[in-house]
Design a protein around this ligand. Structure first.
Ligand code: FES
Length: 190
């Protein structure tokens, strides 16, 4: 099994990573933090890292990656660590990935999006009340079902011969009546 040395900056930590392994996976296995929200499916772009050395020792960015961060790797030197497979020794900058800062940011974001219910607006129901609500829902459901069934068998119950089952309007079309013509007289023939 071929392995390559990956150096993570600014800590200077080094890892021996198997050929073809994703940077994110290798870092995770070694307990090195790289932010990720999608779990490595190339949809969040949180795992972006800067390649400081050995840019050619990674696979070509796949389509999923270029769709997310563009095809400008040769300028920005940035790669999605979940899509970057190691094929040689590299040096990676992880200064954007700080667990503590990310945890604080996430906490703030969660707090911002969470509105606690106003005091007194939440009322706890008793067991009996919940049971009564369930019973009412069950009755409503049964009533609806009966109604639906009676509608389905409507044609069986309907004795009105002018009604057509299941057709729009429920009425038979009126028969076409040809007006009676008066017999031709000798005067008409002339
Ligand atoms: S982990 Fe989400 S894009 Fe890489």
């Amino acid at each position: 099994m071929t392995t390559h040395t990956v150096t993570f900056q600014p800590s200077g930590q080094t890892l021996e990573v198997e050929e073809g392994k994703a940077l994110l996976t290798a870092a995770r296995e070694a307990g090195i933090y790289i932010k990720s929200s999608c779990g490595g499916y190339a949809t969040c772009a949180d795992c972006v890292v800067k390649i400081m050395q050995g840019q050619d020792n990674l696979n070509t960015p796949p389509l999923d990656e270029t769709k997310l961060i563009g095809n400008v790797f040769h300028i920005t030197k940035e790669r999605l660590s979940c899509q970057a497979m190691v094929t040689g020794p590299i040096e990676v900058d992880l200064s954007l990935h700080d667990k503590t800062t990310d945890a604080v940011k996430l906490n703030e974001k969660t707090k911002k999006n969470f509105t606690p219910p106003a005091k007194g607006s939440v009322r706890k129901r008793t067991k009996e009340e919940v049971a009564a609500i369930h019973e009412e829902r069950h009755q409503n459901f049964k009533a609806k079902e009966e109604k639906r069934n009676s509608w389905q068998r409507h044609w069986e119950q309907d004795k009105d011969p002018t009604r057509m089952p299941g057709k729009g309007g429920n009425r038979r079309p009126k028969p076409f009546v040809i007006p009676e013509q008066e017999p031709e007289t000798d005067k008409d023939k002339e």
